[in-house]
Each structure stands twice: as structure tokens, then as C-alpha cells.
Write a protein that binds this ligand. Structure first.
Ligand SMILES: Nc1ncnc2c1ncn2[C@@H]1O[C@H](COP(=O)(O)OP(=O)(O)O)[C@@H](O)[C@H]1O
Ligand SMILES: O=C(O)[C@H]1O[C@H](OP(=O)(O)O)[C@H](O)[C@@H](O)[C@@H]1O
Ligand SMILES: [Mg+2]
Length: 352
């Protein structure tokens, strides 16, 4: 039994279905949250304010030097503690700047997650998003912080830590379900966020996820696409516009349940990413995930910046079976995707 005043929130992994990474370039995306993986944050009222280290992800006791090195190589230096601290800071500052009074009281935050790291499934923002939801309820300010603003708060917490990211992940996690997002410059400059429209999750065909348990590519770190875009390089600017347009086209295709169109758009999305970023930046493993799907005639693209791909098998179960065999051979994991339903409550909706 959970104690009095305990608040618990879950946030799910997300997949970019179409249009990413144009969210970072005033574009459009369609993304969804998937129930396959999630992060949970629990808030207990307490006398002191405590951020509890996770027994595995923040573990600092090792059996040996090689074990310590192995853990750093696979998981990096950081766990989730810094993410929880950062969202506390961003939340506090946002409330202060917006004259939202927070009652003086303390809490303990703890978290757990099974979202595989560095797989482009947004494990970091899931932890931050779940923590933000706990804070909104603990201080009873959910009605005072607009839903559209929340993805920006999640992003701000990660930016605090030098994590470079865009908004589409956080929007999918705040809203749940399937969301069409418009990040056009006009909206972003006028209101500081995009325009987000939930779509019916039943418009989606059955989708699958391919990922690797220990992705080792660090390609994205070396990409210069952002700088080239800022320099106004014609090829990058026009390709990014085309990527954004895929989300617009994809919305129409979904609404008509025109899944052969959807498949073509997904494939084009990956091809455009590949031509802009280049194979070295994408990484062999990530490219192989896409190729494994294409080999059996399925459509596929990255869920995020690499590490996992979302797959559509137009020919159904027999094709999924072939895909499973290919994934087994390549050492990839394959799962049917379970889409999370839209998750805003009445209080959230009143802020829209
Ligand atoms: N499973 C996890 N457990 C604890 N912390 C995590 C986990 N995943 C991510 N983080 C935190 O988020 C930061 C960035 O994570 P990242 O590798 O970009 O994951 P993702 O792409 O899934 O968001 C990490 O440095 C770490 O602080
Ligand atoms: O490149 C992309 O498609 C996405 O990359 C980031 O997500 P990640 O989960 O870290 O791979 C970024 O946060 C997104 O906004 C991009 O669309
Ligand atoms: Mg991340």
C-alpha cells in the first residue's frame, strides 16, 4: 500500500513516425508514445527535500575496476538524479517568473525506468516528464501551467545539463497518444512553442520496433547538419523542408488509412536523413536496422536520432515472421509496438 500523499507518474518512450528531425528546424512531425517502455517517478511528502539515487542507474559501488569501466563505457557517467534535480530547478524558476505561488513543503523523488538508453526512445525526457507531472500535482498547480508549455519545461531541464534535443519527444510524452506537431517559425516565435494536435491512435496500422540492447554508435555526436542549416546551405534547408512536408503528407495518408503512402513516406524520411547526415554520422548499426527491415520489404525509419527504428510491415504477419528471422540473425530485438492512449485529464484540457 502506498502512503498518504504519495504521487506517482509514468511517462513512456516515444517514436517519431514522420518528420523528425525537422522539429529542431521549424518543421513538422507526427510522433507517438509507446507503452513498451516507460519511466516512473514517485513523490513522497517528506521533511527534507531528497532526490533518491536509483539502486542500479546511479549505483556508485563496484566489484572491481574493470566493472566500473565497463559500466561507464556502456551507460556513461550519469544516471537520472541530475535530470530530477534539473526539472525541480526549472519548475521552481518557471513558477517564480510567472507569479505561481508554491506552498512551502518538501518531498522525496525517486525513479525507475526500463527505457533502453541511447536508443532514440527518449529515456531521459521520460524521467523528466514523469517528475514534472509529480510536481504539478504535489503543488496543485496543474491548472496554472499550460499543457503546451510543459514540453518546453522538460526540454529546458535537459538543456540545463547540456543535453541537446528537440521538442517532439517531450510533446509526445506530455500528451500521450499520437500527435501532429507544427513547429513553424511563426508559431515558435509568436508563442514560444509549436501547435500540437492529438490524432486518433486508431488511424495507425500495426507497427513494430527494432532496437539493439547495447548500441555503440556515437555517430550523431559528429554530425554537422545543424551548422550547415544555420549557414543556410541550400541542400540542407530544402531537404529539411521536405522532411517536414512528409509529416503533413503523412497526416493526410493516416486520415485516409492510405498505408502504402505511409510506407513510402517513412522510407523517404530515412533516405533524406541519410543524405543529409551521411553514413558515418548515422552509424553502421543504425543503418543496418533500417536495412534489415527493407530486406523483407517493410518500411522503416529512425524513432529518434538512432538506436531504434519504427517499422511498418504492409504484408502483415508473414512479413513480420521474416523480419523476426532477420533480426535474430543481426542480433536486434523486435517488438510489436503498443501505442499509449492520449493521456491528458480534464484539468490539463482546461489549460488549452
Ligand atoms: N535508463 C536511464 N537511467 C538513468 N538515467 C538515464 C537513463 N537513460 C537516460 N538517462 C539520463 O539521461 C541522460 C541522456 O540520456 P540519453 O542517453 O540521451 O538517452 P535517451 O536518448 O534515451 O534520452 C543520461 O546522461 C542520463 O543522465
Ligand atoms: O534526430 C531526431 O530524430 C531526434 O533526435 C533527438 O531525439 P533522441 O531521442 O535523443 O534521439 C531530438 O530530441 C529530437 O527532437 C529529434 O527529432
Ligand atoms: Mg535523450
Amino acid at each position: 500500500m502506498e502512503g498518504e500523499g504519495v504521487i506517482k507518474h509514468k511517462a513512456y518512450a516515444r517514436a517519431g513516425l514522420l518528420g523528425n528531425p525537422s522539429d529542431v528546424y521549424y518543421g513538422n512531425t507526427i510522433s507517438f508514445s509507446l507503452a513498451n517502455f516507460s519511466a516512473t517517478v514517485i513523490l513522497h511528502p517528506s521533511n527534507d527535500l531528497l532526490i533518491q539515487p536509483h539502486p542500479v542507474h546511479d549505483f556508485v559501488r563496484f566489484t572491481s575496476l574493470p566493472q566500473l569501466v565497463n559500466r561507464l563505457n556502456n551507460e556513461g557517467y550519469y544516471g537520472g538524479v541530475r535530470l530530477l534535480m534539473a526539472i525541480c530547478k526549472v519548475f521552481h524558476n518557471y513558477c517564480k517568473e510567472n507569479a505561481i505561488t508554491l506552498i512551502e513543503k518538501n518531498f522525496t523523488l525517486s525513479y525507475d525506468t526500463n527505457i533502453p538508453r541511447q536508443t532514440g526512445l527518449s529515456g531521459s525526457s521520460a524521467i523528466v516528464c514523469a517528475a514534472l507531472n509529480c510536481l504539478l500535482d504535489f503543488y496543485d498547480v496543474r491548472h496554472l501551467i499550460k499543457v503546451e508549455v510543459r514540453p518546453g519545461l522538460v526540454l529546458a531541464a535537459e538543456n540545463e545539463l547540456g543535453i541537446v534535443a528537440g521538442l517532439q519527444d517531450r510533446v509526445a510524452q506530455v500528451y500521450g497518444g499520437l500527435v501532429y506537431m507544427d513547429f513553424s517559425e511563426e508559431n515558435m516565435d509568436k508563442v514560444g512553442h509549436g501547435v500540437y494536435e492529438p490524432l486518433d491512435v486508431n488511424l495507425l496500422p500495426p507497427l513494430h520496433l527494432i532496437y539493439a540492447e547495447n548500441p555503440s554508435d556515437s555517430g550523431k555526436v559528429h554530425s554537422q547538419v545543424r551548422q550547415r542549416w544555420l549557414n543556410g546551405e541550400e541542400f540542407i534547408v530544402s531537404s529539411m523542408k521536405e522532411v517536414a512536408n512528409l509529416a503533413k503528407e503523412g497526416r493526410k495518408a493516416l486520415e485516409k488509412k492510405d498505408y502504402s503512402k505511409l510506407a513510402a513516406l517513412m522510407n523517404r524520411n530515412f533516405d533524406l536523413r541519410r543524405s543529409m547526415f551521411g553514413d558515418a554520422a548515422l552509424g553502421d548499426l543504425n543503418i543496418k536496422m533500417v536495412e534489415v527491415a527493407r530486406k523483407v520489404g517493410a518500411a522503416s525509419k529512425f524513432t529518434g536520432s538512432g538506436g531504434a527504428v519504427v517499422v511498418y510491415c504492409p504484408h502483415g504477419d508473414s512479413q513480420v515472421k521474416l523480419l523476426q528471422e532477420e533480426c535474430n540473425q543481426a542480433g536486434f530485438l523486435l517488438q510489436p509496438i503498443e501505442v499509449v492512449p492520449f493521456c491528458l485529464n480534464d484539468t490539463d484540457l482546461k489549460t488549452l
